[in-house]
Design a protein around this ligand. Structure first.
Ligand SMILES: [Zn+2]
Length: 114
């Protein structure tokens, strides 16, 4: 279950709550003074887990946010597998026949820029 850090705007104390993302609340009651004037303390959460995973669906504003969240949900193995799958075509030789007199260019080694 993810941890959400909040800060009370009235007593300025910080507190953490645990709950599933579907139960996410924007401004929960302060644990100390019971004020509802609370905000997420994103800077705290970023230290422990990537910010995008911690965002509730309602906080995902752009397609980039969704992409980042989905990326952060993948394990390293899944990322490598996906990268290989998406780059497979680069190693295949094209099967289509070229017109007479034409030939394919040799693949150049990647240029390293220092
Ligand atoms: Zn408070």
């Amino acid at each position: 279950m993810p941890t959400y850090s909040y800060q009370c705007q009235d007593c300025s104390k910080e507190f953490e709550l645990f709950f599933y993302i579907r139960d996410y609340i924007e401004s929960p009651k302060c644990c100390y003074c019971k004020s509802k004037n609370t905000t997420r303390a994103y800077n705290k959460d970023v230290l422990t887990q990537s910010a995008s995973v911690r965002k509730a669906d309602s906080e995902l504003k752009t397609i980039g946010d969704i992409a980042n969240r989905n990326r952060d949900r993948l394990s390293e193995d899944e990322k490598i597998a996906l990268h290989n799958k998406h780059n497979e075509y680069k190693n295949e030789t094209p099967k289509t026949e070229l017109p007479k007199g034409m030939k394919r260019m040799k693949k150049q080694p990647k240029t390293k820029w220092y």
